[in-house]
Design a protein around this ligand. Structure first.
Ligand code: UD2
Length: 296
């Protein structure tokens, strides 16, 4: 029923027949609440591009580079321009305290870089957590008429493969590359009941990374607002969650189930050993010397 999508199959547009029987057998491609988990081999890139092309979408993408983290921008942006939503409209919102250090990177058609100056901060934890409030405000004050979806990405990372419209959904989380095969009691959730991010050992679905998340403007606004509020309650109670906003994000996803999950292909780590299930590394954290790049 292609007509329901407003599509007309153009002459010569041929793609593999989808199968009701054959799929990846080495990984789960759906959660127990029926959200798809995106792995290589679970989607047809040509077909899904064709479907989404009709929608004339804009994907806002936020990235923060404060202090010495501006050094990661060149590789991040250059690699994004090769692999990230190629052929679709992308507006990057780059927050930095050093706009003069933003490299010149040639943007592809329909891709635009918007640089915003933000004050410097002394603690890397505050930079990382402070992203939630800035995102909340950006979505509320500016993006409503500017974008359809938003992704929020760490900057100390590089694209090596396609990241495209297969990742779009109402609320999208990325499974952390260290815990995709771990039992839930081994997840590094916040375990102190005094924190708003607390998750008991017998609870939890997946361990999600704070390095990449996204979705519709409405859902990501609710996510960032909630995490910001929960972090403020923690501050008032003099407690900081183990993995900062990542801990709060995991708590949020426990109670607000993501409608789509991205496999660790969408956030690998350059230093990780090879895993048989990973057929493509799309986006990966670069190795960095934390003591050297962080302000504290
Ligand atoms: C983990 C998460 C990260 C965040 C953090 C919170 C992964 C792969 N990453 O990474 O998303 O949840 O834990 O504890 O799970 N930044 C600056 N300047 C700084 C410091 C940080 O711009 O001086 C920004 C930058 O965009 C960076 C992000 O904050 O990508 C997260 O900081 P990080 O990458 O140093 O945190 P990390 O590696 O512990």
């Amino acid at each position: 029923k292609l007509k329901n999508f407003g599509l007309r199959s153009p002459v010569g547009f041929v793609y593999n027949q989808p199968s009701a029987l054959v799929s990846r057998t080495d990984v789960a491609s759906v959660t127990s609440w029926l959200a798809p988990i995106i792995w290589e081999g679970t989607f047809d890139a040509t077909l899904i591009d064709f479907i989404y092309k009709q929608q004339n979408l804009t994907i806002a993408t936020t990235v923060f580079a404060l202090g010495k983290y501006t050094r990661f921008l060149k590789d991040f942006l250059e690699s994004a321009e090769q692999h990230y939503f190629v052929g679709f409209r992308v507006h990057y919102y780059l927050f930095t305290d050093h706009p003069e250090e933003v490299p010149e990177v040639k943007m592809g058609e329909n891709h635009r870089l918007i640089v915003r100056k933000v004050p410097s901060m002394n603690r890397w934890q505050d930079i990382s957590m402070g992203r939630m409030e800035i995102l909340e405000k950006l979505i509320k004050n500016e993006l409503a008429s500017e974008a359809d979806y938003i992704f929020c990405l760490d900057v100390d990372a590089k694209f090596y493969g396609r990241w495209g419209v297969e990742s779009l959904g109402r609320l999208v989380g990325v499974i952390h590359p260290w815990y995709f095969d771990a039992p839930r009691d081994k997840f590094t959730y916040e375990r102190r009941p005094e924190s708003q991010a607390y998750i008991p050992v017998e609870e939890g679905d997946y361990y999600f990374t704070g390095a990449a998340f996204g979705g519709s403007l409405e859902d990501v606004h609710h996510l960032t607002k909630t995490c910001r509020e929960q972090m403020n309650i923690d501050i008032a109670n003099s407690i900081e969650a183990l993995w900062h906003e990542e801990s709060h994000l995991n708590k949020y996803f426990l109670h607000n189930k993501p409608s789509k999950l991205l496999s660790p292909e969408y956030l690998w780590r350059d230093i990780n050993a090879w895993a048989a299930q990973i057929k493509v590394v799309r986006f990966s954290h670069v190795a960095k010397n934390n003591a050297e790049v962080r302000p504290n």
